[in-house]
Design a protein around this ligand. Sequence first.
Ligand code: AQP
Length: 342
Amino acid sequence: RKRIVSGVQPTGSVHLGNYLGAIKNWITLQNTYETLFFIVDLHAITLPYEPKQLSEATRSTAAIYLACGVDTSKSSVFVQSHVRAHAELMWLLSAVTPIGWLNKMIQFKEKSRKAGDENVGAGLLTYPVLMASDILLYQSDFVPVGADQKQHMELTRELAERVNYLYGGRKWKKMGGRGGSIFKVPEPLIPPAGARVMSLTDGLSKMSKSDPSDQSRINLLDPKDVIKNKIKRCKTDSLPGLEFDNPDRPECNNLLSVYQLVTGKSKEEVARECHDMNWGTFKPLLTDALINHLHPIQVRYEEIMSDSAYLDRVLLDGATKAADIADATLNNVYQAMGFLRR
Ligand code: AQP
């Protein structure tokens, strides 16, 4: 079976963008593929953060995965830092990653500009190398991500090819063979809808955890009245009717897409249903759809969070399975790069 890996950072609250762009799609993918989903805690320390909150946010993110429908009989769920190979492979890959590749990353440029030089650690620059390690360790075929991760995925692919080119030949020649590779070159899986959920306060910016305004996003754990209030106050326009894909109406396109995804209706169906509506009619409809979709997730989340022994067991099992695969790749890389074997 083809293999898939993906993860979310335990920073801030998991929002509708993380859910529709990534987590929701995992639930379908786990029926077809071998799937590993991790909470990327090592990535969460690249910007100033609160150490006291990291472990709780990590547990909470794991509980969100399970509450959204990640099924441990089909998928491994684990914490990135529990599998040491992630950090170790990152060092090996860092040594062969041209720094020019990293300087070009849009996310680094944007986040470092916002945070200011004094707050930017080298980890923010080398973040994509850790992401490449997360993926390449598992010889993943596909990585389901939102559109914002496209550039990081391209770097991962280039890095895999570079290592295969630099060291793959030597390893295989030593073993008497030709060709072959150390890493599988993975493909991103960007969903046709939901890949870029936009902010509720600005239809041209993506919904994001780091937006200082909580009004800009729907968090998966927002209570009903908070959802209602955020939709009531979200940015709209004053044009008649509602429509998808009008570049002059980014908010309209975004809210209709969200409605489409949480109701499970087709785009055509939603376009027809909402064509003659005004915001006053559509907003309560969207609010109810969101609440109905998120409510069962929130109930399951509370149940999972109240059974800490269960969550611990899931994460231990997940890390054990993941480490088996990751260690095998890491040993191969050490050998191919010429390190003395223990
Ligand atoms: N707005 C979005 N629409 C669709 N997908 C999105 N993702 C993030 N935002 C959107 C996808 O969610 C997954 C996990 O993301 P992450 O935890 O690595 O991302 P993050 O950077 O912490 O989350 P944010 O909200 O994007 O935070 P900021 O902007 O503050 O850094 C990924 O698959 C991502 O594509």
